[in-house]
Design a protein around this ligand. Structure first.
Ligand SMILES: *Cc1c(COP(=O)(O)O)cnc(C)c1O
Length: 388
C-alpha cells in the first residue's frame, strides 16, 4: 500500500488532503515522493517561518534535543525562561503562559479574561465579544469564540458566554458590550481563515477605547498574524494599540508545536498557582527553536517582509483573472475569477503549493523566501489566475 492509501485507511477523515506526499524540504522548496520539486507558498499554514529544515533553527533545536527534551513544568529550564524574557522584552508584555497550539493559547486568554472580571466585577461578567467571520480554534470553547455559524452547528452545546459583533463596525461592538455582561473583546487584526481581511485601524483603536472605558480585557489573537508574518513582530504593533492579552502560536515554533498567551501590567497576576497548566507547555526543544525564530525577526527581516509583500501586491493587483488582493505583509489573500480551488490545483501541477481561505487563494510563504523563488512562484500563480 502507498502512504496515501495507508493514510486514507488509518487516519481520521478530518482533512481534505491534496493528493501529494511531501518527503523532504529545504528553505522554501520541498520534494514529493515522486521526486518533484515544489515552491512552498503556505509554510505549513504559517508555521515554518524560516522554511523547511532551516539551518539556524535546526541547530538550535538539535543542540537542545541532545541535552534535554522534556522535564514537565515542575522544574525550571533555560529555553522556556529565555523565551519568555525575549517575548516580554520585544513586546513590553509582562508575563507569558506557554501552551502547544493556537487554540490552547486562546483558551488561556479566555480563562484570564473570565477570572479578571470575576475578581473585579463578579462571576456573571463572563461574556467575551468576538467578531463575525473570526477564527479562534477548534476546541469547544474556541469554536464558540469563532464567529462563524458553520463551526457551531455540529457540536452543541458549545461553551456559553460568547457574543458576536460585526468587524469594522464599532457601533456593533458597542451594542454587544451594552447588551451583555462582558469581560473581554477578542479580535484578529487580520482575519486569516475568514479570508485574509485586515481590520481598519480606526476600528481596532475603537475596540481598545471600548475596552479601556469599560475595564474589559482587550485580547488580540496573533496566532496567524504574529511573529513577523504581517511585517511587524506582532500585527497589533502596526495598529498603534496596546492589548491586555496577546496570543500566538503557528510561526512561533518554526515548525514545532508551541503557543503562548502574553499578559500585560493589567492581566499579569490574574492567574495564580493551580489556575492553569500544560504538561508540554514551554517544552525545552520547542522553546529553543522559538528563541531562534524570535531573535531573527529584527528590523532588517521585517523590512524584507514588507518589500516582498509590496512585490506580490504590485504583481497581482490588476493581474488578469484577479479580482482583488488583500492582507498584510506575507499574509495575502487573492480573490480570483476562477474558483480558488482550480487555481490552487493548477499551481500545484506547475510546482507551486498555495493555500485557500474561504473563496480566496491564500499565500503565507516563509518570511525569508528568496526573492528569486518568490518571483518564480508569483509567475506561476499569475498564469493560473489568467486562465479564465
Ligand atoms: C490557526 C489559528 C488558530 C488555531 O491554532 P491551532 O494551533 O490550530 O490550535 C487560532 N486563531 C487563529 C487566528 C488561527 O489562525
Amino acid at each position: 500500500m502507498s502512504i496515501i492509501e495507508i493514510d486514507k485507511q488509518f487516519v481520521a477523515n478530518t482533512y481534505a488532503r491534496f493528493p501529494l506526499e511531501i518527503v523532504s524540504g529545504k528553505g522554501s522548496l520541498c520534494y514529493s515522493s515522486g521526486g518533484k520539486e515544489y515552491i512552498d507558498m503556505g509554510s505549513g499554514i504559517g508555521v515554518t517561518a524560516f522554511g523547511f529544515c532551516d539551518q539556524e533553527w535546526q541547530n538550535a533545536v538539535i543542540e537542545q534535543l541532545s541535552k534535554l527534551q522534556h522535564t514537565s513544568n515542575l522544574y525550571y529550564t533555560e529555553p522556556c525562561a529565555k523565551l519568555a524574557q525575549l517575548l516580554c522584552e520585544r513586546t513590553g508584555m509582562k508575563k507569558v503562559f506557554f501552551s502547544n497550539s493556537g487554540a490552547e493559547s486562546n483558551e488561556c486568554a479566555i480563562k484570564v479574561a473570565r477570572k479578571y472580571a470575576s475578581d473585579k466585577k463578579g462571576k456573571d461578567y463572563n461574556v467575551i465579544i468576538t467578531l463575525k467571520n473570526s477564527f479562534h480554534g477548534r476546541t469547544l470553547t474556541t469554536l464558540s469564540a469563532t464567529g462563524q455559524d458553520k463551526f457551531h452547528e455540529l457540536f452543541s452545546p458549545l461553551t456559553e458566554g460568547f457574543a458576536y459583533a460585526n468587524a469594522n463596525d464599532i457601533e456593533s461592538v458597542e451594542q454587544a458590550v451594552l447588551k451583555n455582561k462582558a469581560c473581554a473583546i477578542m479580535i484578529e487584526c487580520v482575519q486569516g481563515e475568514g479570508g485574509v481581511i485586515p481590520l481598519d485601524k480606526d476600528f481596532v483603536k475603537g475596540v481598545e477605547d471600548i475596552c479601556n472605558k469599560n475595564d474589559l480585557v482587550f485580547i488580540v489573537d496573533e496566532v496567524q498574524t504574529g511573529n513577523g508574518r504581517t511585517g511587524s513582530l506582532y500585527a497589533y504593533m502596526d495598529y498603534g494599540v496596546k492589548p491586555d492579552v496577546v496570543t500566538t502560536a503557528k510561526g512561533l515554533g518554526g515548525g514545532l508545536p508551541i503557543g503562548c498567551c502574553m499578559m500585560n501590567e493589567k492581566t499579569q497576576n490574574v492567574l495564580g498557582f493551580g489556575d492553569h497548566g500544560s504538561t508540554y507547555g514551554g517544552n525545552p526543544v520547542c522553546s529553543a527553536g522559538a528563541v531562534s525564530v524570535i531573535k531573527r525577526i529584527d528590523e532588517e527581516l521585517l523590512e524584507q517582509v514588507k518589500e516582498k509583500s509590496k512585490f506580490v501586491f504590485d504583481e497581482l493587483s490588476n493581474a488578469k483573472g484577479v479580482e482583488s488582493v488583500s492582507g498584510k505583509g506575507l499574509m495575502i489573500g487573492i480573490k480570483t475569477i476562477r474558483p480558488a480551488k482550480e487555481v490552487i490545483f493548477d499551481c500545484m501541477d506547475n510546482g507551486v503549493l498555495c493555500l485557500s481561505a474561504k473563496d480566496k487563494v491564500r499565500l503565507l510563504p516563509a518570511l525569508n523566501i528568496p526573492m528569486s523563488v518568490l518571483k518564480k512562484a508569483i509567475g506561476v500563480i499569475k498564469d493560473a489566475c489568467a486562465k479564465v
